[in-house]
Design a protein around this ligand. Sequence first.
Ligand SMILES: Nc1ncnc2c1ncn2[C@@H]1O[C@H](COP(=O)(O)OP(=O)(O)OP(=O)(O)O)[C@@H](O)[C@H]1O
Ligand SMILES: [Mg+2]
Length: 239
Amino acid sequence: MISIEGLSFSWPDGIKAIDHITLAMAEGSSVGIVGANGAGKSTLVNHLNGYYLPQKGTISIGDIRVSKKNLDQIHRTIGLLFQNPDDQLFTARLYDDIAFGPENLGLKTSEITTLVEATLRELNLWELRNKPPAHLSQGQKRFAAFASILVMNPDVIVMDEPTADLDPKNRRKLINLVNGLRKTKITVSHDLDFVWDTCERVCIMQKGRITADGPARDILSNRALLEANSLELPLRLQR
Ligand SMILES: Nc1ncnc2c1ncn2[C@@H]1O[C@H](COP(=O)(O)OP(=O)(O)OP(=O)(O)O)[C@@H](O)[C@H]1O
Ligand SMILES: [Mg+2]
């Protein structure tokens, strides 16, 4: 369903963040992307919704090619949770941030109200609906950004460090929520236990390349492979 072919991307300072990546992900699959700081994970996933456009190579989501002219369609198909929630929340009131997407879909006002309220309640944000997103705690911002994606019910959800800042109970809530979503899911995370709990397949990135790709539990239990990629075993496998 998602096809990345020969994708490369360099920053103006010459850093090659993506180095000829080819990767396919099946519809309904759940893929984790892991790797050390600076490996290129965010640069890669920020291409999936056209936030960055390919300098070389192509990306397709189903039949839709990621390109400037298809961005509206891409945004309706893919919801991307940015690594920094401040990049996602931009209105003066949390409620308006969550209502923004559905309003742009042209839904009826009563439908929007029902949908936004249900999403805010599901993520324990209802009491906070009148607060400016800038005044939320980090974990609350993370959930708010997630709500702004969930409310759009996209076919594909891409999450960049979704558990950063979450307390243990909310992290558990996110695991259950993600596992209950029947969608194509791509998760970038340093929380390898979260990846263990939510992904069936894992790709390791190092220096802009995919260096390993396989069943999550094979990859995540392979100490030598993880160490060769500057990673460590998930906490549950450490002793
Ligand atoms: N806006 C930018 N301008 C220039 N270089 C950038 C920019 N953003 C990222 N880079 C560089 O691109 C490379 C990949 O960065 P990226 O943010 O994709 O890594 P990452 O794997 O997501 O890391 P982390 O785990 O720290 O989030 C790094 O070398 C980084 O310094
Ligand atoms: Mg990143």
